[in-house]
Design a protein around this ligand. Structure first.
Ligand code: N1C
Length: 288
């Protein structure tokens, strides 16, 4: 119990950064291919099939070869989703319903949230997401080698090698989704639902209303705000509108208890947390 509490506190100690860091996907900008990429990617693959998900049978060598081929055979701005087809064929995966968790601009928060709400699964729990998380790569200009010195920005390419892989992985993940699914969005930024994001441009379009029972939206803001978007305002309304027009059933909550508790463990003295704690105590007293 003490151990579990310690882990929870440790995990939540970064909550202050969460929403802000979630928006920093461009932090590797300007860098080249991640050094030791082959060792890291293959190591993660072996870790996944040996320790994380031992029931899965994958050929890590074949996956690496297919990946390398997709990247180094094309010019660095010409790696399209289809070029990863062979690689993804090497790693088929199916998933239990009711556990799919999607997000946008809440990446750090999601990592801590899934560590606590363990029944949720994100793309990072699939082999592809696990292997390539936080890694970047691209090819040398004229050469069939990885470029370790610099890679183009996403915006500079029509078919960026990193972007295309995430697009394909996100598409596959969304196509698999079934039952009640959850989407976590950042209410402290404008356009919490952004039609250019991976969620808004790939995943949403690949969700199947026949397989998906409910889309449960959770909007989370920093304790100190800004409070820009909520279930009843801003781009979240656009998302709800799209869901309705496609025949999805949905729910939306601005005040998820687990998320609030995670934030309040970090800042127990915050006025919002004091009020929250009082409401929990009152509730407990009434239940007794
Ligand atoms: O563009 P986003 O968010 O809306 O993408 C998030 C969305 C999630 O639901 C995931 O299933 O798309 C999937 N996804 C990842 O799991 C993922 N891990 C790491 C998409 N992108 C992912 N990354 C990297 O973060 C990748 O480099 C991508 O561009 C960013 C997207 O983060 P975002 O803009 O916050």
């Amino acid at each position: 119990m003490a151990m579990k509490l310690k882990t929870t506190i440790g995990m939540t100690s970064v909550i202050a950064y969460l929403l802000t860091l979630g928006t920093c996907s461009g932090r590797l900008r300007g860098l080249g291919t991640t050094p030791n990429i082959k060792h890291i990617v293959m190591g993660r693959c072996f870790n996944y099939i040996t320790l994380v998900n031992p029931s899965m049978r994958y050929d890590c060598e074949a996956i690496w070869s297919a990946f390398e081929e997709a990247v180094v055979k094309q010019a660095s701005c010409d790696v399209a989703m289809e070029h990863y087809r062979h690689m993804f064929l090497e790693m088929p995966q199916t998933w239990a319903c009711d556990r799919f968790l999607f997000w946008s601009k809440t990446k750090k928060l999601i990592q801590d949230y899934t560590a606590v709400a363990r029944h949720f699964w994100t793309l990072e729990d699939t082999l592809a997401g696990y292997m390539f998380n936080d890694i970047i790569w691209c090819r040398q200009q004229e050469d069939s080698e990885f470029n370790f010195r610099s890679c183009p920005e996403w915006s500079a390419c029509l078919n960026h090698p990193v972007h295309s892989l995430w697009r394909q992985a996100s598409k596959n993940f969304a196509e698999m989704a079934c039952g009640n699914i959850t989407v976590l969005l950042n209410g402290s930024i404008e356009n919490a639902f952004n039609t250019n994001s991976m969620f808004g441009s790939v995943e949403l379009d690949n969700l199947n209303p026949v397989k998906v029972n409910y889309v449960n939206i959770k909007v989370v803001t920093n304790l100190d705000g800004p409070f820009i978007e909520s279930c009843g305002s801003g781009s979240i309304l656009d998302l709800i509108h799209i869901l309705q027009s496609r025949g999805f059933r949905w729910t939306c909550s601005d005040n998820d208890r687990i998320l609030k508790i995670l934030q309040c463990v970090q800042k127990p003295e915050h006025s919002v947390c004091r009020t929250f704690a009082e409401s929990l105590t009152q509730r407990e007293t009434t239940l007794r």
